[in-house]
Design a protein around this ligand. Structure first.
Ligand code: WQD
Length: 349
C-alpha cells in the first residue's frame, strides 16, 4: 500500500509549514504518502519543517515560494509528479483582515486562482481546501450542518473562505473530472504529543488556547474572558474545539477520498461537542496542575455565543471522527508551549 502510494506521486501542501500544515505533513508521511511543501514563511518558519523531519525521520521536499507567483508554482508542478493538493496557504488573522481587507482578498484569492490554473495546466484533479466554520456566519443555529446556507461572514478573512468555496463549487461544476473536498474546521487546538510542533502565533495571540498557554508560561499576566453574560450554561461562549492531531488525520481521509471520487464534497471537522471558554480554562488548569489567572471582560465584537458542528457526514462518508478530548488538547498545548516558550524561529540548515 505504502509503496503504491509512493509510485503514484506526491501530495503538494501549500502553506505546509504552518500550524495545520505541519501536523498534516506528519500524518500524511506516517500514512505512506510522499509530501511536498510550498510555503513563503510569511507566518511560519523553516525550523517547523526540520521538526517534522525529526518526528517522522523522513526528508521533506521544501519549496520556499509564494503560491500566488505563477512562475514559481509552475516550476514545482513541472519538477514533480503531483497527484493531489491540500491548499492551506492564506492569511488567517480575523482582526487584521478587518483593517486590511485588500491584502486578505488579494492574497487568499490570488493563491487559490494561481493554484487552480496550475493544476489545470498539469492535469492535477484532486484538491482538499482548508476552509472554516466561519463560513456559517451568524445566521445558522448550531449544530452547523454542511447543507446550511453559507457566506454571510462577519469579517473579510471569513469572506475569503466563503468566496473560495464558491469558486471551487463553480470549478467542480465546470470540470467534471475534478475532485474537490472542502474541510470546514471548527476550533483547532493542541499540538503534536512530542511538543516539537504546535501553534506559533506572532505577537499577542487572538485565539483562546494560545493565549491561555502564554499565560501559563508567564508571557501574559492574565486571560480576559470576553463576556460571561451569554445565554449559555456558564455564561461564556461555547465552541467546538478539535485536537490538531485529529484534524490532521481528517486530511489523510480527505486526500484518500478525493483520489477515489469526483465532484465536490463538504465536511465539518470538529468533535460535535460544545465546550465553554470556562470549561477549557478549568480543564487546562486541572490536567496541567497550574492556575490560569483570568478576569471577565466585555464581549468581543463579532463573537457568536455558541458554535459547534454536526460531524455525522464526516463519520458516514469519510470514515473519520475525532478521537481526542478536551483534556488531551489542553495537555498537548501546554506540553508544546512549555518546551517552546518563545515559539520556534531559527532557519533551516
Ligand atoms: C474562542 C472563544 C472568545 C481569546 C476564530 C476565527 C475562526 C477560526 C478560529 C481560523 C470566544 C474567547 C478568546 C481571549 C476569550 N479562524 N476568548 N479570551 O473566535 O471561535 O474563531 O478562530 O483561522 O474563523 O473566528 O476562536 O479562539 O478566538 O475564541 O475569552 O483572549 O474564546 O471570545 O468565545 P473563534 P477564538
Amino acid at each position: 500500500m505504502t509503496d503504491m502510494k509512493k509510485q503514484n506521486g506526491a501530495v503538494l501542501l501549500t502553506g505546509g509549514a504552518g500550524y495545520i500544515g505541519t501536523h498534516t505533513t506528519v500524518a500524511l508521511l506516517e500514512a505512506g504518502f510522499d509530501v511536498i511543501v510550498a510555503d513563503n514563511f510569511s507566518n511560519s518558519c523553516p525550523e517547523a519543517i526540520n521538526r517534522v523531519e525529526q518526528i517522522t525521520g523522513k526528508k521533506i521536499k521544501l519549496y520556499e515560494v509564494d503560491v500566488a507567483d505563477q512562475k514559481q508554482l509552475v516550476q514545482i508542478f513541472a519538477e514533480n509528479k503531483i497527484t493531489g493538493v491540500i491548499h492551506f496557504a492564506g492569511f488567517k488573522a480575523v482582526g487584521e483582515s478587518v483593517k486590511l481587507p485588500i491584502k486578505y482578498y488579494r492574497n487568499n484569492l490570488d493563491t487559490t486562482l494561481t493554484l487552480l490554473e496550475c493544476m489545470a495546466r498539469f492535469g492535477v484533479k484532486n484538491l482538499v481546501f482548508s476552509s472554516s466554520a466561519t463560513v456559517y456566519g451568524d445566521e445558522n443555529p448550531s449544530p452547523c450542518v454542511e447543507t446550511m446556507r453559507t457566506g454571510k461572514c462577519a469579517n473579510p478573512y471569513g469572506m475569503t473562505k466563503a468566496f473560495i468555496e464558491q469558486i471551487l463549487v463553480d470549478v467542480a461544476a465546470a470540470h467534471k473530472e475534478m475532485s474537490i473536498v472542502l474541510l470546514r474546521y471548527f476550533n483547532p487546538v493542541g499540538a503534536h504529543p512530542s511538543g516539537l510542533i504546535g501553534e506559533n502565533p506572532g505577537g499577542i495571540p487572538n485565539n483562546l488556547m494560545p493565549y491561555v498557554s502564554q499565560v501559563a508560561v508567564g508571557k501574559r499576566d492574565k486571560l480576559t474572558i470576553f463576556g460571561n453574560d451569554y445565554n449559555t450554561p456558564d455564561g461564556t461562549c461555547q465552541r467546538d474545539f478539535i485536537h490538531i492531531m485529529d484534524l490532521a488525520q481528517a486530511h489523510v481521509k480527505a486526500i484518500e477520498f478525493v483520489e477515489k471520487n469526483c465532484g465536490l464534497d463538504v465536511f465539518n471537522i470538529g468533535t460535535g461537542e460544545p465546550y465553554s471558554v470556562l470549561d477549557l480554562v478549568q480543564t487546562f488548569e486541572k490536567v496541567n496542575g497550574l492556575k490560569i489567572p483570568y478576569e471577565f471582560g466585555a464581549r468581543r465584537e463579532g463573537d457568536l455565543p455558541v458554535v459547534w458542528a454536526d460531524v455525522s457526514k464526516a463519520a458516514r462518508v469519510l470514515g473519520w471522527k475525532a478521537e481526542l478530548n478536551l483534556e488531551d488538547m489542553c495537555r498537548d498545548s501546554w506540553n508544546w508551549q512549555k518546551k517552546n516558550p518563545h515559539g520556534i524561529n531559527s532557519s533551516r540548515n
